[in-house]
Write a protein that binds this ligand. Structure first.
Ligand SMILES: Cc1cc2nc3c(=O)[nH]c(=O)nc-3n(C[C@H](O)[C@H](O)[C@H](O)COP(=O)(O)OP(=O)(O)OC[C@H]3O[C@@H](n4cnc5c(N)ncnc54)[C@H](O)[C@@H]3O)c2cc1C
Length: 244
């Protein structure tokens, strides 16, 4: 059947880890599921996480403890982690053959030290559950027409009963996350709160830094000088610096 004529139960836009997981779960529950991704492969950003090793979760299995590690403690986190916490994440990957290890600050990595292992589990999850994947499909706009969503892409228009937007934020736009979803959500009537930086790349010219890729430092402070004058000072309390 022509994919454009079909009414899908679920369309997922964005094939990062969130979209791959959501699409796999939707299909696992028996829903016909189409995953639209604008890159020519899924999970581009996932593959560069954790310096290519992917810090897959944290070993704080009690969700109250996990939430207490966040600076702001949005109420939504309690609900989210109580439904699917760090232990569930570990079970998900371990039960699919990906062994994990715990490093400093309870950070969990694949034993393989490679983000590809995480990517492969998610890729198998969606393939095994028969998700229809359309790479090279950039979504241009999203509309709601009565009970159906209409998703317009450079490859045609698709219809679904449910829509999951998982197009990521705005960091590292070269991986595909260009912030497209904010406008669509606003068009659909949602309130958008301003985004703020959580992970910031710092370009450092100093040569010796380049010989230490993969090292992480906890409790890092930061002084920024512009033409010899200090313009910013961040206290050494909760910043983590990773050299890549
Ligand atoms: C350098 C770096 C290191 C990181 N390290 C870690 C780590 O070790 N552990 C950790 O947990 N997190 C880490 N993160 C954060 C992590 O990468 C993100 O939280 C995660 O990728 C978010 O997943 P996502 O699926 O929501 O979005 P994304 O991974 O951003 O995926 C969104 C997808 O949507 C697609 N898309 C966007 N617009 C459209 C469109 N119009 N049409 C179709 N598709 C579209 C994009 O191409 C992309 O594939 C790191 C981030 C960076 C930048």
């Amino acid at each position: 059947m022509n994919l454009e004529n079909k009414v899908w139960d679920t369309i997922v836009v964005g094939g990062g880890p969130a979209g791959m997981t959501a699409a796999g779960r939707s299909a696992e529950l028996g829903k016909t599921t189409l995953l639209l991704e604008k890159n020519n492969r899924l999970g581009e950003k996932l593959l560069i996480t954790g310096g290519g090793r992917c810090n897959v979760t944290n070993n704080k299995l009690d969700f109250n403890l996990l939430v207490s590690s966040y600076k702001d403690k949005p109420k939504a986190l309690y609900s989210l982690f109580s439904q699917f916490g760090a232990g569930d994440t570990l079970d998900f990957f371990n039960s699919r053959g990906m062994e994990t290890k715990v490093e400093a600050e309870d950070r969990v990595f694949p034993v393989s030290d490679s983000a590809v292992s995480v990517w492969q589990v998610l890729q198998d999850y969606i393939s095994n559950n028969n998700v229809e994947i359309m790479n090279n499909s950039s979504v241009i706009s999203v509309q709601k027409n009565n009970d159906l969503f209409i998703i317009n892409t450079n490859n045609g228009s698709f219809k679904s009963k449910s829509l999951i937007l998982a197009v990521g934020g705005k960091s590292r736009p070269e991986t595909g996350s260009t912030g497209d979803g904010f406008k669509w959500l606003e068009d659909l009537g949602h309130t958008i709160i301003d985004s703020s930086l959580a992970l910031v790349p710092i370009a450092i010219k100093t040569e010796w830094i380049k010989s230490l890729p993969g090292l992480s430092f906890a409790d890092v402070g930061l002084n920024v000088y512009s033409y010899g004058k200090k313009t910013l000072e961040l206290e050494a309390n909760s910043y983590l610096l990773t050299l890549e």
